[in-house]
Ligand binder design. Structure first.
Ligand code: PMP
Length: 416
């Protein structure tokens, strides 16, 4: 049997759909794109949908009493239905288009937070959160006087659930956590966290930015209350994101931004908000990015999330092996069975930015720094990591190349 036949998907066939992956950079070096946790690339099918929409079916949505606006509105609402099905949400109206995960979380912190959180209440976060799931809650705490608590992690980057239990109390109003850490790659036990949070009477917001494109999102199985994610991390254009929330919560929440589209009626001194989802979609929404997200979801569904997850596991295992062979590389994060396709590491004697720069010379794109997780890096006792993050169009050859390039980089530094 050839090696390919044993893989859950054929990356070479899929790569052909991604024009940018055929690019050469610097002096004719093939691009090796391993920065997928920052943003993924787009397949032709998504790019073509964007072009077709602008060329034939673009107008503003919901306001036109004209043919073109109806076309555009139909595409926009089909995309919403695509998102609903993708995350198994009970109703289309619960799917709010935002501009990204960051805005989705800010929406909840402002709208639900200001209306429901008081001095003395507590919000539970984790030490591994991205700044966009920390700062909005810090701002809420400054406005309301609520207290923030953080679930600690083991040295391997796993949440300590016994400590979580100790943090929960009748004062806990909300638990907000990432389904997958953007640095450690840890797959957090969302269902278990939700179960424990709910039994303490708290709501749960899941930051699914790093899982939505890589493993199934089932809001009903998770039993979460809010789920946020970004289009650009899942083959769609930047500028669109999603907030899903339980209808009864969204119905009771005041609007986040004020302006056009989010109202039913306006007088000079007051307004009546529109129904869901318009209530939370003030102004002209990200029309074409949302339609692109619909096309991206079709693409992901065709590849299959189970195949994607299984294939990323193959890549991640190979990455762990080749990095171990380099020597002097410390990978942060849990054991392979508990992590997604994100491998962050330090190299003895070489700063992460230098690692990234030396890899870049060989065409390999990785990210270096704190990855918007300063508290996590402080907990790990390091200032920066280099991060390689994978998607289904990456190949085992690319991972092997990463290993060779890292060995070269170490060599360069030893000579200095
Ligand atoms: N949460 C996590 C876990 C992330 O990885 C990111 C993006 N790096 C965000 C939130 C923020 O997403 P966006 O910049 O698309 O709003």
């Amino acid at each position: 049997m050839n090696a390919l036949a044993t893989l859950p998907l054929d990356p070479q066939t899929l790569r052909a759909d991604f024009p940018i992956l055929a690019t050469t950079i610097h002096d004719n070096v093939p691009l090796v794109y391993l920065d997928n946790a920052a943003t993924t690339q787009r397949p032709r099918q998504v790019i073509q949908t964007i072009v077709d929409t602008y060329e034939r079916r673009y107008a503003n949505v919901h306001r036109g009493i004209h043919w073109l606006s109806d076309q555009s509105t139909d595409l926009f609402e089909e995309a919403r239905e695509g998102v609903r099905a993708f995350i198994n949400a009970p109703a289309r109206e619960e799917v709010i288009f935002t501009h990204g995960t960051t805005e989705s979380i800010n929406l909840v912190a402002r709208s639900w937070g200001d209306a429901n959180v008081r001095a003395g209440d507590e919000i539970v976060l984790t030490v591994m959160e991205h700044h966009s799931n920390l700062v909005p809650w810090q701002q809420l705490a400054a406005r309301t006087g609520c207290t923030l608590r953080h679930i600690p992690i083991t040295d391997d980057g796993e949440l300590i659930l016994d400590e979580f239990d100790k943090l929960l109390s009748p004062r806990t109003r909300l638990v907000a956590l990432a389904s997958v850490s953007n640095v450690l790659g840890t797959i957090n036990p969302v269902e278990e966290i939700v179960r424990r949070a709910h039994s303490a009477g708290a709501l749960v917001l899941v930051d699914a930015a790093q899982s939505a494109a890589h493993m199934p999102t089932d809001v009903q199985r998770w039993n979460a209350d809010f789920v946020a994610f970004s289009g650009h991390k899942m083959l769609a254009p930047s500028g669109v994101g999603v907030l899903w929330g339980r209808r009864e919560l969204l119905d009771a929440m005041p609007p986040f931004l004020g302006g056009g589209s989010m109202i039913r009626r306006v007088k000079v001194d007051s307004f009546e908000p529109a129904d869901l989802p318009a209530k939370f979609e003030a102004g002209t929404p990200p029309i074409v990015p949302a339609i692109g997200l619909g096309a991206a979801i079709d693409y992901i569904n065709a590849v299959g999330l189970a195949n994607i997850h299984a294939y990323e596991d193959v890549l991640t295992r190979r990455a762990h092996t080749v990095l171990a062979e380099v020597g002097g590389v410390r990978i942060v994060g849990p054991a392979l069975e508990k992590k997604a396709g994100i491998v962050s590491f330090t190299v003895e004697g070489v700063h992460a930015h230098d690692v990234a720069q030396l890899l870049d010379r060989q065409g390999i794109a990785v990210r270096a720094g704190h990855h918007c997780t300063m508290p996590l890096h402080k907990r790990l006792g390091i200032t920066a990591t280099a991060r390689a993050s994978f998607y289904f169009y990456n190949t085992l050859d690319e991972i092997n190349l990463l290993g060779r390039a890292l060995a070269d980089a170490k060599h360069v530094f030893r000579r200095r």
